[in-house]
Design a protein around this ligand. Structure first.
Ligand SMILES: Nc1ncnc2c1ncn2[C@@H]1O[C@H](COP(=O)(O)OP(=O)(O)O)[C@@H](O)[C@H]1O
Ligand SMILES: [Mg+2]
Length: 348
């Protein structure tokens, strides 16, 4: 029997007329890093609050570590840690003292508090700063300390609500790495939320994609990739002219195209053939050295969102969507790969 760290059944939460979470049914295996991926307002924080008993569901049920959140919330809280929007740090208290103070709340013996705080501070690269007031740490270091705090009492499951939001890429990467190492060492299950698509693809072994309170897809990044099919062609070569771009934009198979370095990336409408695109490029004098068809996790993610879009495919191009797949989702903001492309086909 699989042990689930979290199970929800049609979990629903309404705020007057707004349905912030709509019949969420999820099963998250113990020991996994689950990434709940969705833009602002999708319902991620609401879900965490429901799972921690900070909010009551309008309908449905949830169990955390085998405990029903409606009846056994004390047990749930004892065995979980959380980083919510308030970091819960004391600015004037030292870095290590912040952790140890928290350990006292959990009635951990002094010796254990010492050992655990040293272990975590070393893990998160904060050991050298242990005596400084927490308020003096950089934003990224504070965030690490807050994550360390959430893990301090060795919970079996930790909720991290947007742990890397607002961090620079280097700090975010460093926090991710410490977290992944810790999970490997301690076997804690992680439920994290993010709107950063590449991050979720890298860190998480299970993903849920949520929009407007509804779960659109869930599974491992690999499963999501496989179910999306390969909808991108990558052409290495030269001679990618404006004319070639303009003609590409007119093809009904094409959703979007851009160049990155010396390569041309063309996203196809799911299920369409690459052959007309390749002959079009050849006809425009593009010198193709290599053509590959592939899907990244990011492509899979966009295809999940795209599949929910029941517009006819031609309407998208006619409306000038080319060059901006679901720009309204604002996810592109957190996709660094996209930035710095030299040419971007389509209508602004
Ligand atoms: N206390 C509240 N009262 C009314 N609406 C709320 C409240 N909290 C959240 N919402 C709404 O519920 C939806 C989901 O919010 P939230 O779970 O915070 O999303 P996310 O964490 O994915 O950004 C949003 O439309 C938000 O405006
Ligand atoms: Mg939120």
């Amino acid at each position: 029997m699989t042990q689930y760290a979290i199970q929800t059944e049609e979990l629903t939460r309404e705020y007057s007329t707004l349905r912030a979470l709509d019949r969420l049914s999820l099963e998250i295996p113990a020991g996994s890093i689950f990434g709940f991926l969705g833009s602002n307002g999708a319902g991620k924080t609401t879900t965490i609050h429901l799972l921690l008993g900070l909010l009551r569901p309008t309908a449905g049920r949830a169990a955390v570590l085998g405990h029903d959140v409606a009846t056994e919330i004390d047990e749930v809280r004892r065995r979980t840690g959380a980083l919510l929007d308030k970091a819960g740090l004391y600015a004037r208290l030292g870095v290590q003292d912040n952790l140890e103070f928290y350990g006292r709340i959990w009635h951990m013996p002094r010796r254990e508090r010492r050992a655990r705080s040293e272990e975590l501070l070393r893990q998160f690269g904060l050991w050298d700063r242990r005596k400084e007031p927490a308020g003096r740490l950089s934003f990224g270091m504070k965030r690490k300390l807050a994550v360390a705090r959430a893990l301090f009492h060795r919970p079996d499951l930790v909720f991290l609500d947007e742990p890397t939001a607002g961090l620079d890429p280097v700090s975010a990467e460093s926090l991710r790495r410490s977290l992944v190492d810790l999970v490997a060492q301690e076997g804690v299950t992680v439920f994290l939320t993010t709107h950063n698509v590449p991050e979720a693809g890298k860190v998480c072994d299970q993903i849920g994609i949520i929009r407007s309170g509804q779960l659109l897809a869930s599974g491992s990044p690999e499963e999501l990739r496989a179910s999306a099919g390969s909808n991108r062609i990558v052409v290495r070569g030269s001679g990618f002219t404006e004319e070639a771009f303009t003609l590409l934009a007119l093809r009904p198979e094409v959703e979007r195209a851009e160049t990155r370095g010396g390569t041309l990336h063309v996203w196809l409408v799911p299920g369409s053939s690459a052959a007309p695109i390749i002959s079009l490029l050849a006809g425009c004098g593009v010198l193709m050295e290599e053509v590959v068809r592939e899907t990244t996790f990011e492509d899979a993610f966009l295809s999940v969102l795209g599949a929910e879009d029941h517009e006819p495919q031609t309407a998208r191009v006619a409306r000038g969507r080319f060059g901006a797949v679901r720009a309204d989702e604002a996810f592109a903001l957190s996709v660094p790969e996209r930035e710095g492309s030299e040419l971007s086909a389509g209508v602004a």
